[in-house]
Design a protein around this ligand. Structure first.
Ligand SMILES: Cc1cc2nc3c(=O)[nH]c(=O)nc-3n(C[C@H](O)[C@H](O)[C@H](O)COP(=O)(O)OP(=O)(O)OC[C@H]3O[C@@H](n4cnc5c(N)ncnc54)[C@H](O)[C@@H]3O)c2cc1C
Length: 344
């Protein structure tokens, strides 16, 4: 087991779903964890639609259905897809008990709930507190500078999201696997009854539009252009145009990319910090949580001398890269149906 030579066993950069899941799973394996999150969780954040399969995963992390219900604004059995004019309703899935229902969560509350669970499980959480520097010794990552103070650790887990903090610190390339894609998204208040029963994805060769009610009276939309056309900041989908926008729309770089290395002895990248696909792939939050849990499992094996640090890093890299490639191939196929190529 890990020794006290370091301030902590594991330092985690970022308290989104990936970072919190890694923290909960590490503490469950008796590791000492320090997590730093630079922001307060008061803002709207995209990524509200969660597949029903997230429920048992959250249960494993100590978040039962009552807690999940407290941050859920709506539940749906599936989504409407209109792909090149062919409209169909796609169920999330079903069994003998009926259709599975996905979750529409308020991300700020969802993230706060997961982070609170990490603290409850024993992780030392500092929020808001930004990680600003990396500690290296003999070419090996040995901790971070957080809130201006050095914190040494056996392992650093980067869960900083699409800013990919550690990848940039280490100068690791991330080859783009798609043309540059910017997701423009926004929120609006009011009523839009035709969107209350289920979200909708509308796509053609110019791009796609997503609209969803995230809780009664609040709607979210995302627009991704696939032909390079810029989406203006005041753009809104037709069906939501009569609503009151919640401030200006925002943009996020969702160009498909994966870091050339996502783990080495001394560090792991999890969630969007390791790999990004555009939101059509959906399940970004679920993937973030599962990558955090998988990294925690491997870190615990290394610190208990049950696996070598090299083997654990390789196993994690292969697992994540394979997952990314499979999803990218599916997405590229999805876009070819629209007559769009150059992806994957
Ligand atoms: C427009 C849009 C719509 C989407 N829709 C969906 C959806 O419907 N369903 C879905 O599952 N996914 C969706 N996604 C994807 C989803 O949002 C992400 O995959 C998910 O949030 C990744 O989680 P994460 O924990 O890796 O990163 P994040 O959620 O980005 O969390 C990273 C955290 O790290 C913190 N941080 C960053 N740098 C530092 C630092 N230096 N020090 C300390 N803290 C730091 C940040 O403040 C942040 O809280 C969408 C994405 C976009 C852009």
């Amino acid at each position: 087991m890990a020794t006290g030579r370091y301030d902590t066993d594991v330092v985690i950069v970022g308290g989104g779903p990936a970072g919190s899941a890694a923290a909960i799973a590490c503490t469950a394996r008796a590791l000492r964890v320090r997590l730093f999150e630079r922001e307060g969780f008061t803002r709207e954040r995209p990524g509200e639609t969660l597949h029903p399969g997230i429920e048992p995963v959250l249960e494993q992390l100590g978040i039962g259905s009552a807690r999940l219900a407290s941050v859920t604004g709506a539940r749906y059995e599936g989504i409407w897809i209109d792909w090149n004019g062919a409209r169909r309703f796609e169920l999330f899935g079903q069994d003998v008990q009926g259709a599975w229902r996905g979750f529409q969560v308020q991300r700020s509350a969802f993230d706060a709930m997961l982070l609170a669970r990490a603290a409850e499980a024993g992780a030392l959480v500092r929020q808001p507190c930004a990680v600003s520097g990396l500690l290296m010794r003999d070419g090996v990552v040995r901790g971070v500078v957080a809130g201006g103070e050095p914190v040494t650790a056996h392992v650093v887990v980067d869960a900083s999201g699409c800013t990919q903090w550690l990848r940039r610190q280490l100068g690791i390339d991330a080859a783009s696997r798609s043309p540059q894609l910017i997701a423009r998204y926004g929120y609006a208040n009011g009523t839009c009854p035709q969107r209350d029963a289920a979200p909708q994805m509308n796509g053609d060769a110019s791009g796609w539009i997503w609209t969803a009610m995230i809780r009664p009276g609040t709607y979210q939309w995302t627009r991704v252009s696939l032909n390079g056309e810029k989406v203006s900041a005041d753009w809104m989908p037709d069906e939501l145009r009569h609503l009151a926008p919640q401030g200006p729309s925002r943009g996020a770089d969702v160009t498909w990319r994966i870091a050339g290395d996502v783990a080495r002895p001394g560090w792991f990248m999890v969630g969007d910090a390791a790999a990004v696909l555009d939101p059509t792939s959906s399940h970004g939050v679920l993937k973030a949580i599962l990558s955090g849990v998988t990294a925690a499992h491997l870190i615990a094996a290394v610190l208990a001398d049950k696996a070598s640090a090299d083997d654990a890093a390789h196993a994690y890299h292969d697992w994540l890269e394979d997952w990314f490639n499979t999803d990218a191939a599916q997405l590229a196929h999805f876009y070819r149906e629209l007559g769009v190529s150059g992806f994957g």
